[in-house]
Design a protein around this ligand. Sequence first.
Ligand SMILES: Nc1ncnc2c1ncn2[C@@H]1O[C@H](COP(=O)(O)OP(=O)(O)OP(=O)(O)O)[C@@H](O)[C@H]1O
Ligand SMILES: Nc1ncnc2c1ncn2[C@@H]1O[C@H](COP(=O)(O)OP(=O)(O)OP(=O)(O)O)[C@@H](O)[C@H]1O
Ligand SMILES: [Mg+2]
Ligand SMILES: [Mg+2]
Lengths: 223, 223
Amino acid sequence: LLSLENICKTYDMGEVKVEALKDTSLDIYRGELIVILGPSGSGKTTLLNIVGGMDRPTAGKVFYQGKNITEFRDRELTLYRRREVGFIFQLYNLMSSLTARENVELAAELVKKPLPADQMLASVGLEDRMDHFPSQLSGGEQQRVAIARAVAKNPGLLLGDEPTGALDYETGIQILALLREINTSYGTTIIIITHNIAIAEMADRVVRLRSGEIVEDRENSKP
Amino acid sequence: LLSLENICKTYDMGEVKVEALKDTSLDIYRGELIVILGPSGSGKTTLLNIVGGMDRPTAGKVFYQGKNITEFRDRELTLYRRREVGFIFQLYNLMSSLTARENVELAAELVKKPLPADQMLASVGLEDRMDHFPSQLSGGEQQRVAIARAVAKNPGLLLGDEPTGALDYETGIQILALLREINTSYGTTIIIITHNIAIAEMADRVVRLRSGEIVEDRENSKP
Ligand SMILES: Nc1ncnc2c1ncn2[C@@H]1O[C@H](COP(=O)(O)OP(=O)(O)OP(=O)(O)O)[C@@H](O)[C@H]1O
Ligand SMILES: Nc1ncnc2c1ncn2[C@@H]1O[C@H](COP(=O)(O)OP(=O)(O)OP(=O)(O)O)[C@@H](O)[C@H]1O
Ligand SMILES: [Mg+2]
Ligand SMILES: [Mg+2]
């Protein structure tokens, strides 16, 4: 489905260059559930942002269904993000002037065949919080709105940047079950950055980053 | 050090009332390291915000060193927050127009005897990121700036709202060691909301919330 070839991302800070990703290559197959692990600052968000068309690499190519998305103009990249990708951001990025329900509906309107907003919010346990604004929600509730918003698009590619970071163990497990369900029912390709070992164990494949490089890429032996 | 008596916090949403905290009482002793656990939405942040003078209860009293802080005017409450409390926010709340170092120095300037900003940033592993702005930092790096900022104040009361939520296991352990160190060396009273079992195990005491009520309050048997 996706192929990353020799991806580099460097930030020029004047006297210092920060190499967030150094010559990273990765092939992602349709329907896989992949987990990305690695220390804080190792380049995980940078990698996911490039996969999701949120950012452009300094060097290297990204192919989505055979198309070189690194050569897209901004307009084409925006369409790619809007139609193909559901993104759960590390800091949620909710619209503060819209309720939980409205935040999810806004995303659903971007695609032809969305899943119902109310149903998605209920599947993350927020049936009693749909009319709350983000400022009226706990941290974990905001994170769950961000999850519902991404899955409502029923995207081909679902990308999650630490989607259970603000959640207690039990609530996190519910989210994992939801992701596993989506992967099985819709064949959605799912890439999740996580520090949560339970997610890593349910993944088909585990990719580990360290200092901007992939140091491990293995199939999970458990089914 | 602190006494919470019959604290209630209710949000009036028109047709619905949300009872974030229902008649909660808690005594906190000087030098304790307490962990607050509980599901997403159970009232942990609400409780910590009231303890730290970031929010006022709907009913009940809070005593700090014998003074009823619930009766303080805004001005007195601001002084309480500034001098007595170091707060690590669930969403970091960094100043986006200041570098990591400047964010920490700004907090240090509020107190008479701060700890050095550079040293605090080094103690959370950010010696190479001091001149970065928040937008140039990873999620876990931003969280660590928030931690350094709170500890630089060397406060009597250090409050952390899921301070390792964005951190991988190893980096999280480093932060725990730092908190334990501060508690031992300075006698700082520390209250941490966490989903991290490792922190809960190192605490002196564990308080568990469910639906706005304390359902468990026990001493930790391990030293
Ligand atoms: N301004 C508000 N108006 C209405 N309800 C609110 C408001 N702020 C918080 N709440 C509700 O109060 C409850 C407790 O919120 P709180 O932030 O204390 O939870 P929490 O235990 O910290 O959760 P998490 O682990 O998800 O951060 C939540 O269900 C939330 O929806
Ligand atoms: N705009 C920027 N300018 C300079 N450096 C940056 C910028 N954005 C990110 N970085 C650096 O790139 C590195 C990788 O960042 P990234 O956000 O990908 O890490 P991460 O693995 O997601 O970390 P975390 O687990 O803490 O979220 C970090 O060390 C960060 O400081
Ligand atoms: Mg990240
Ligand atoms: Mg909270």
